[in-house]
Design a protein around this ligand. Structure first.
Ligand SMILES: O=C(O)c1ccccc1NCC(=O)[C@H](O)[C@H](O)COP(=O)(O)O
Length: 256
């Protein structure tokens, strides 16, 4: 499934590239004002930081929420105390787009993550051109050379990579990159099974000083407490926020 999602995302980017060549997207990326410092926004604090996601649908859960106005939802997340906004820009399975990211960028002053299946420099330039401050890199989807190349480009463009892992081996690869923001995703991207204990099993393996993000499977404050007790500095939450009351959920999550 991950290979298919990534191949589709790359194919869709190639279609966009036929309309908007690399040189044009690169100039638009370089012309943007400086990216917001996501590492500062997500710095470990007394309370757990929340990266709040704009998520309409997903392969594992189908349709979740209509979200006609992603900018309005992002403003609600900001009001509720989120530290960053994640925008799923994949169109086929998640119903997202770069237009969503652009509208969210204009609506909030928080750092904005492009959450997608990124495997080419073109997609990274697109992210910056649309106003992203963070870009997701899924270690399992990338060989070492591509991972290094994309990580370096994200950094050169002044953005922060959220490097997503699912195993000790992938965490070691993230550490070798020098990644400062590392996630462990509880969702197996092939079987979609959720394992809230995976983060805890890998917590000792994070490199010193990296910000530790627990991704997926937060439905209640107890789930946040579980991740917090295992050492998470931040949680990335989609479903619970788009299907429930975002303000009261954010407040409950940050009270942990
Ligand atoms: O959510 C899915 O079904 C999914 C399937 C395959 C690849 C990625 C997928 N989701 C992306 C995410 O990582 C989550 O949207 C994010 O961590 C939030 O998860 P949740 O709070 O459980 O909605």
């Amino acid at each position: 499934m991950l290979a298919e999602l990534t191949a589709n995302a790359v194919a869709d980017a190639e279609s966009r590239r036929a309309e908007r060549p690399l040189a044009e997207v690169e100039s638009a990326a370089l012309a943007r004002p400086a990216a917001i410092d996501a590492l500062a926004a997500l710095r470990p604090a007394q309370h757990v930081k929340v990266i709040a996601e704009i998520k309409r649908s997903s392969p594992s859960r189908g349709s979740l929420a209509a979200i006609d106005d992603p900018a309005a939802l992002a403003r609600t997340y900001e009001l509720g105390g989120a530290s960053a906004i994640s925008v799923l820009t994949e169109g086929r399975k998640f119903g997202g787009s770069l237009a969503d990211l652009e509208s969210v960028r204009q609506a909030v002053s928080l750092p904005v993550l492009r959450k997608d299946f990124i495997a080419t420099p073109y997609q990274v330039f697109e992210a910056r051109a649309a106003g992203a401050d963070l870009v997701l890199l899924i270690v399992a989807a990338l060989d070492d050379d591509t991972l290094r190349e994309l990580y370096a480009l994200i950094t050169e463009l002044g953005m922060t990579a959220l490097v997503e892992t699912h195993s000790a081996d992938e965490l070691d690869r993230a550490a070798q990159l020098g990644a400062r923001l590392i996630g462990v995703n509880a969702r197996d991207l092939t079987t979609f099974e959720l394992d809230r204990d995976l983060f805890g099993r890998l917590a000792d393996r994070f490199p010193e000083g990296a910000i530790r993000v627990a991704e997926s499977a937060v439905l209640t404050a107890a789930d946040v407490a579980h991740y917090r007790a295992a050492g998470a500095d931040a949680v990335l939450v989609g479903e619970a926020l788009v299907t429930g009351d975002p303000i009261s959920n954010l407040s409950a999550f940050m009270a942990v």
